[in-house]
Design a protein around this ligand. Structure first.
Ligand code: IDP
Ligand code: MG
Length: 149
């Protein structure tokens, strides 16, 4: 079982795309274990994107993610990391396939709408930064059998 952190970045909220993006993840069959609207402060942004520290776009990335409210979600299930990354599309929207979230709604790498964890290890680390344990629900195995079996 894997867990992924999703962030609907400030451009997604500002453009009114929370619903359409969440719908795509939900309709694919992914199961949400946590969901909230919040602001990301600079300290949290720097921790979340620590792996990119030193890159030329780091400062603008921190500015972008702190520029307005975001929606964060926890998604759990078998193979959710790869499934979500495929649904999200390539980092640069100009390379993202039509039918993906970035490929259908975005054009700029600096405004690419959504974050999704890139490995099970990073999923766990990132979830711990954004959610307290009591903010995540235990999913019912009986009703989500196709994910948990
Ligand atoms: P990912 O979001 O697809 O996992 P990463 O390589 O982890 O992509 O980069 C994190 C975020 O940093 C990207 O989603 C994007 O917002 C931003 N970013 C990555 N590369 C560039 C770049 O070359 N210019 C501007 N922003 C970038
Ligand atoms: Mg990444």
């Amino acid at each position: 079982m894997e867990r992924s952190l999703i962030i609907l970045k400030p451009d997604a909220v500002q453009r009114g795309l929370m619903g359409p993006i969440i719908s795509r993840l939900e309709q694919r069959g992914l199961r949400f274990a946590g969901l909230k609207l919040m602001r990301v402060d600079e300290a949290l942004a720097r921790r979340h994107y620590a792996v990119h520290e030193g890159k030329p776009f780091f400062a603008s990335l921190v500015e972008y993610i702190t520029s307005g409210p975001v929606v964060v979600a926890a998604i759990t299930g078998n193979n959710v990391i790869a499934t979500i990354r495929n649904t999200v599309g390539a980092t640069n929207p100009s390379q993202a396939a039509p039918g993906t979230i970035r490929g259908d709604y975005a054009v700029e790498i600096g405004r690419n709408l959504i974050h999704a964890s890139d490995s099970p290890e990073n999923g766990e680390k990132e979830l711990a930064l954004f959610f307290a344990p009591n903010e995540l629900v235990e999913l019912e195995r009986s009703t989500d059998r196709w994910i948990y079996e």
